[in-house]
Design a protein around this ligand. Sequence first.
Ligand code: CAA
Length: 385
Amino acid sequence: MFYIYSMHFELTEEHLMIRQAARDFAQTELKPGVIERDEHQKFPAEQIKKLGELGFLGMMVSPEYGGSGMDAISYAIVMEELSKVDASASVVVSVNNSLVCYGLEKYGNEAQKQKYLKPLAQGQVIGAFCLSEPEAGSDATSQHTTAIDMGDHYLLNGTKNWITNGSTASTYIVMAQTDSSKKHRGINALIVEKGMEGFTVGNKENKLGIRGSDTHSLMFTDVKVPKENRIGEDGFGFKFAMATLEGGRIGIASQALGIASGAYELSVQYAKQRKAFNKTLADLQAIQFKLADMATEIEAARLLCYRAAWLKDNDQPYAQAASMAKLFASETAMRTTVEAVQIHGGYGFVKEYHVERLMRDAKITQIYEGTSEIQRIVISRGVLK
Ligand code: CAA
């Protein structure tokens, strides 16, 4: 498939201002304490509250529903800047914006928008997107969580795994099977509130990376979810999840871009200061070539992220573009952070220099919101259409 579009390579004044605001926030609010939060798996609660006050939790939601009314390029910019410093905080921003607010604004009804979207977009509460299960990660159609139609409500039973914002969210969008004979067309997306009887939050996962983020399993036992909490028509849940994940992949692609550019910037700085063989590292061609490769890949990843965001902003199909951005940016994040640790040598292996954390954080970008293999499936389907 070939895209025909005109694209400007310059950011607008507004984009530049947003980038500066996110950059300042990352340096002044996220950087202090980021190592400690990673070490102790501490959720960045105060920082998320402030991000909500700045309008970064409902960036693309219309002001009518409490959002900032920004475009998807602004969102990609903010995700990059925050992720340079703290990917545990930026994943909260991504899930709330893309998987929760976007889905509610696009597919929710007016009452759902008033009740659930507004506080989410204003950052008063945060949300979670609950698709993955112990036996349904990549194979998302095989949902074992059930939502039995009881007339005026659904009876929800099952377990969800690896849920970002698992214990800190107030509003959960849960995908569940209502009619298994209809396979994925029998899945519904339900809005579940924390505190509903029968809903319990399981253990927190002890993770390799993004350790400050709050990842839990969730259990539902005979939870009564009112019918009015179903998003869209009966059986729309799988399409809801897929359509929502398209935008989510722009967010995670931009997160991966930020992790890569954060590690690259630290490497450039280090290479200019550190002396070896009577020179700075920056004088050594072995290091110059590494930095050149990092810079090139990061620029390519950024263009793919902006392109996917631009297509979304212009109401053009963007599923493949988002998957290309996520695939390439996440692989760039992995390669770049491994090289950043190598450039830093022994210092790269200790926590104070930040690059080992960025390397651990990079790995999840190849896994969540669809593994690299899932992105290749989405891309190749478009290619072979
Ligand atoms: N928008 C709307 N509908 C879509 C769609 C989209 N982007 N993609 C697919 N669909 C529809 C199809 O049209 C089809 O509908 P019909 O049968 O009615 O025509 C239906 O969905 C099924 O589609 P497929 O046949 O393509 O389904 P599949 O079983 O082959 O799977 C898949 C497709 C791409 C592998 C998909 O299962 C997938 O994306 N899996 C990965 C799931 C994932 O990303 N999970 C992440 C969890 S969330 C997370 O990580 C959040 C976090 O914490 C950060």
